[in-house]
Design a protein around this ligand. Structure first.
Ligand SMILES: Cc1cc2nc3c(=O)[nH]c(=O)nc-3n(C[C@H](O)[C@H](O)[C@H](O)COP(=O)(O)OP(=O)(O)OC[C@H]3O[C@@H](n4cnc5c(N)ncnc54)[C@H](O)[C@@H]3O)c2cc1C
Length: 418
């Protein structure tokens, strides 16, 4: 059988483009090497899927992607943030806007998103082939003629490549798409892990694993000079730190590490200055004056952090609170305002949220997502040389470019010319 369209890779970009194309009556085959569609989507937003970013100003949105952002202009005009919300509402998914304009499904479940997308594919009669890895793409002149898999060859009039980036390879995004694109004559811009957790030298960090911090301020220092600073949410991992503000600073951290040591400094109580925090500690100490130090911090700190802070303060945990000296109290206060960790490095592709670099945008028509090199090839999603910060930007880029590619291939007149 000759399909109208073959889409390679069933992540958000592939699902959207396959569904959109089949809405126009095209016969569509979606090929995915994993046993199920949307493996990476299931992990997004810590399992809650931050589907998009609420932003009324298109320019602002685009600027978050740096100099390449303008490539997205047409795609976002054709399929906007509001269109994404409407799309999911029509699939029965209600949404809510959280802090930092992050949009989540009210189900708080990435699985509900994947299931809704699965139903969307069924409704539009997309043929989905899972457990099927594309191993080779065969071209003749400037056209793809078939794709090869271990199960056999598949033929279509047009092809969309949505194999994602190279980050978080355990989800299937291992970067084969870049190899295919190179073989087809495309240039691939320097691939680098982006939005990566950091590794720290302090081995006791593992005791804090899983502790999520909200409303903290984190600064990065090099040579005692503050290089960047963010307020928001962060997370301790077994070997370092992750979470939105760390991920968004990771690019800068990577650059600084090339020049030498980088220190991360957490202010656990940014709403209180040194003096106010001292007064707050004094209040707690008064309330718990007859208790041991180790039993006096639960109002001030999350439980998991208490043993670590006690150890670093060098104050005897069994010391009665009313015997704690002013100097010791000051040490405690400084620890809470200037909690230092030495950065050892970044985690690399293994745990990166996105891939920076990708198919050279100069070789793709931003109005259609069509390759300027291969007539019947289109691209969408993270395979493109585009990466945004955390907050729903990257998925929105997938929905919009996926939709645009799906719409462009649906142009019947264009189909007949291939
Ligand atoms: C832990 C984590 C959390 C994230 N959270 C968010 C978030 O909350 N919000 C947000 O906006 N972004 C988030 N992202 C980023 C977002 O998930 C990605 O940008 C997005 O999934 C990219 O979509 P894609 O369709 O381009 O590629 P992918 O989702 O990577 O899908 C590509 C698919 O292609 C398949 N494939 C690859 N090669 C082949 C082949 N040879 N044959 C067949 N199939 C193949 C893969 O198996 C994969 O299923 C997160 C990323 C990670 C890792």
């Amino acid at each position: 059988m000759i399909y109208d369209l073959i889409v390679i890779g069933a992540g958000p970009a592939g699902i959207m483009s396959a569904g959109k194309a089949s809405e126009s009556g095209l016969s569509v085959l979606l090929i995915e090497k994993n046993p199920k569609i949307g493996a990476k989507l299931l992990l997004t937003g810590k399992g809650r899927c931050n589907i998009t970013h609420q932003e009324d100003d298109l320019k602002n949105f685009i600027n978050q992607f740096g100099k390449n952002g303008k490539f997205l202009y047409k795609a976002l005009n054709i399929f906007s943030i509001q269109d994404t919300l409407d799309f999911f509402h029509n699939l029965g998914i209600e949404t809510k806007v959280e802090r930092g304009n992050r949009v989540f499904p009210t189900t708080d479940s990435a699985l509900s998103i994947v299931q809704a997308l699965g139903k969307y594919l069924v409704k539009n009669k997309v043929k989905v082939l899972t457990n099927t890895k594309v191993t080779e793409i065969i071209r003749e002149d400037n056209k793809i003629i078939k794709v090869k898999t271990r199960q056999g060859d598949y033929v279509a009039k047009k092809y969309i490549l949505t194999t994602g980036g190279r980050s978080y390879p355990e989800t299937g995004s291992t970067g084969e798409g870049f190899e295919f694109a190179r073989q087809l004559g495309h240039n691939v811009i320097n691939l680098k892990p982006a939005l990566t957790p950091v590794l720290v030298k302090e081995s006791w960090i593992k005791d804090l694993q899983g502790l999520n911090l909200e409303n903290v301020n984190i600064s990065i220092y090099q040579n005692n000079k503050k290089q960047d600073e963010r307020f928001g949410e962060a997370l301790f991992t077994h070997e370092g730190m992750s979470g939105p503000i760390i991920l968004d600073m990771s690019k800068k951290i990577g650059e600084l590490l090339k020049n030498g040591q980088v220190t991360l400094q957490i202010d656990f109580k940014p709403a209180l200055d040194f003096l106010k925090l001292d007064l707050r500690i004094q209040r707690d100490f008064k309330e718990f004056s007859n208790k041991e130090f180790k039993n006096s911090l639960h109002k001030l700190l999350p439980q998991k952090l208490i043993p670590v802070i006690i150890k670093l303060s060098n104050i005897n945990p069994d010391k009665k609170v009313n015997l704690i000296t002013k100097e010791e109290r000051k040490t405690l206060r400084n620890l809470l305002k200037e909690f230092k960790l030495e950065i050892q490095g970044l985690t690399g592709f293994k745990k990166a949220i996105v891939t920076s670099g990708g198919i050279d945008l100069k070789e793709i028509d931003p109005k259609t997502m069509r390759s300027k090199i291969i007539d019947n090839l289109y691209f969408a999603g993270e395979i493109l040389d585009l990466d945004g910060p955390t907050g729903g930007y990257n998925l929105q880029a997938c929905w919009s470019t996926g939709y645009l590619a799906g719409e462009s291939v649906s142009d019947r007149n264009a189909l007949n010319t291939i």
